[in-house]
Design a protein around this ligand. Structure first.
Ligand code: FE
Length: 199
């Protein structure tokens, strides 16, 4: 088949394309953040229930650090969708987001440690193991500070993240144990852009 004959449905991206379309519709209808996290979490759970759609170009681990690949940026920056690829032993620093976020595990498993800031610095709230097919949520309202790690010592794990902005433009913070914070803006790996735009 020639490239010109390819059309939506032939490139294996129907699942993420349908997800992006449904999420854009949800943001037009949703009444508040609770609604977005609840219904959006359901959409993301449906997406990560099937591990048959993420292109290899957006699933490749890096030997020295975890990788973030942009899958979709809403034309109005209302949301972005990113694949996080974790090699064995890889972990984020303790960080926040500044906007709502949903994390759905597509492959493997992740450990999520939650924190809050109090007068003495960072206080650890607990750890959760998130298995493939399950979804976690963060936001400045429900709790925004965490550290995420690959739960598997000998295999790659992958999660799909949805944020309430282009997360590559949001200034946020990394926290030291004493509560000291350092501003950062996360970037994306070099990868071909996927056309998931429903319009
Ligand atoms: Fe995070």
């Amino acid at each position: 088949m020639s490239v010109a004959a390819l059309s939506a449905g032939d490139d294996g991206l129907d699942r993420p394309r349908d997800f992006v379309a449904a999420f854009a519709r949800l943001l037009e209808e949703a009444s508040d953040e609770t609604d977005i996290l609840s219904r959006g979490g359901g959409l993301l759970a449906d997406l990560v229930a099937h591990d048959d759609w993420l292109p290899a170009s957006h699933a490749a681990p890096h030997v020295a650090r975890y990788s973030q690949y942009l899958l979709h940026r809403d034309p109005c920056d209302r949301f972005s969708v990113v694949s996080f690829v974790w090699g064995p032993g890889q972990t984020t620093p303790v960080h926040n987001h500044g906007v709502w976020g949903l994390v759905g595990v597509l492959r493997g498993a992740e450990l999520s440690d939650r924190f809050e800031l109090d007068g003495d610095g960072l206080r650890w709230l607990g750890q959760e193991r998130i298995e493939a097919g399950h979804v976690d949520a963060v936001s400045p309202i429900i709790g925004d500070i965490h550290r995420v790690a690959n739960a598997l010592p000998d295999a790659v794990s992958i999660s799909i993240h949805v944020y309430g902005a282009d997360i590559g433009k949001v200034e946020r913070h990394i926290f030291e144990p004493d509560g000291t914070r350092r501003a950062f803006i996360s970037g994306y790996e070099d990868a071909p852009s996927l056309d998931l735009d429903p319009s």
